[in-house]
Design a protein around this ligand. Structure first.
Ligand code: AQP
Length: 333
């Protein structure tokens, strides 16, 4: 294990399988930005995860660049944090192979995301979709990450990563740091605006707000958001899932507490509440949208960032992989 005097390390990633959403911002990116001062942060664009379902190659390339621009526009600082693209660092795939040999078929079969995604893509249930959590474990363990800031939906994968790491350490000694999931208190699970029983997902564009949506689109989406037949703005996720989700979004965007928000809208109907939520979100996303659009025009800058990010990431990744190869009995070249 590396020196215990180093700053604690964070690793996390988002797939460029669609545009960044308000869900991924509130569940993950916001914590990523806040953790940069205190931690040594490694943030990735996980394009290898994205191809577990079929992607259009030109679109995938465009979205990976756009995602890098949006990471920076959200406040990730390439001077402080390592920002890189997963496929640029070959050790991710290499470690994933080894870890796959220490993961049980039964463990992967129990993963909720696999069950859901194999239903959504019933005509293309690939081995990659099944072994996705092994690649995710490799992503995290390569950097000896202490914590992984993710939305609540990814908790199960981080727990599996800990199980795999613990098993490996049990056989070979302390090779991997065991990572903790870091799940925000507010915004851990943003629900779809159209169907508040489901998670807000890139693959459901109408129920989903994208960071790059125009103010008009955002207003329209909130206006249509599903609520209920009452009129009171009250936090009650079981009884009032739509309104509770809007309250969560409002609080995560504005920094208010749920109690303060309930008091602010007491006696006012959804006709006042919904546009106020839209405005709070627009105040959050507009500066990000403007900065990301500016950065997208500067390709040379973005290329410089992902190249130097990959070099820094690879240095760390190589160290871990070398140790793993030695432990399992591979001859050093
Ligand atoms: N709705 C959400 N609420 C809170 N957190 C969320 N995250 C995603 N959606 C929400 C968190 O953001 C990160 C991004 O994960 P990802 O894009 O790599 O994978 P995903 O969770 O599969 O994203 P989608 O939008 O649901 O993609 P599709 O539509 O392709 O299935 C993770 O930390 C996640 O927890």
């Amino acid at each position: 294990m590396e020196s215990s005097e180093r700053k604690k390390r964070i690793f996390s990633g988002i797939q460029p399988s669609g545009e960044l959403t308000l869900g991924s911002y509130m569940g993950a990116l916001k914590s990523w930005v806040n953790m940069q001062e205190e931690y040594d942060c490694v943030y990735c664009i996980v394009d290898m995860h994205a191809i577990t379902v079929r992607q259009n190659p030109a679109e995938l390339r465009r979205r990976a660049m756009a995602q890098l621009a949006q990471y920076i526009a959200c406040g990730l600082d390439p001077e402080k944090s390592i920002l890189f693209i997963q496929s640029h660092v070959p050790q991710h795939a290499e470690l994933a192979w080894v870890l796959g040999c220490y993961t049980q078929f039964g463990e992967l079969s129990r993963m909720t995301q696999f069950k859901q995604k194999s239903q959504q893509h019933a005509d293309n249930i690939t081995a990659g979709l099944f072994t996705y959590p092994v690649l995710m474990a490799a992503d995290i363990l390569l950097y000896q990450a202490d914590a992984v800031p993710v939305g609540a939906d990814q908790k199960q994968h981080v727990e599996l990563c800990r199980d795999i790491a613990g098993r490996f350490n049990g056989i070979y000694g302390d090779v991997f740091t065991l990572p903790e999931p870091f799940i925000p208190r507010m915004g851990a699970r943003i629900m779809s605006l159209g169907n508040p029983e489901n998670k807000m997902s890139k693959s459901d564009p109408e129920g989903c707000v994208f960071l790059m949506d125009s103010p008009e689109d955002i207003r329209r989406k909130f206006k249509r958001a599903v609520t209920d037949s009452e009129t009171s703005v009250r936090f009650d996720p079981a009884g009032k899932p739509g309104v509770s989700n809007l309250l969560t979004i409002y609080c995560a965007a504005s920094g208010r507490t749920v109690e303060a928000a309930e008091a602010e809208f007491a006696g006012q109907g959804y006709g006042v509440f919904k546009p106020a939520v839209a405005d709070a979100v627009i105040a959050l996303t507009e500066p990000i949208r403007a900065e990301a659009s500016r950065l997208m025009k500067d390709r040379t800058y973005l290329e410089g960032i992902y190249r130097s990010g990959a070099e820094r990431a690879e240095q760390l990744a190589r160290r871990t992989l070398r140790k793993v190869y030695k432990k399992v009995g591979f001859i050093e070249r």
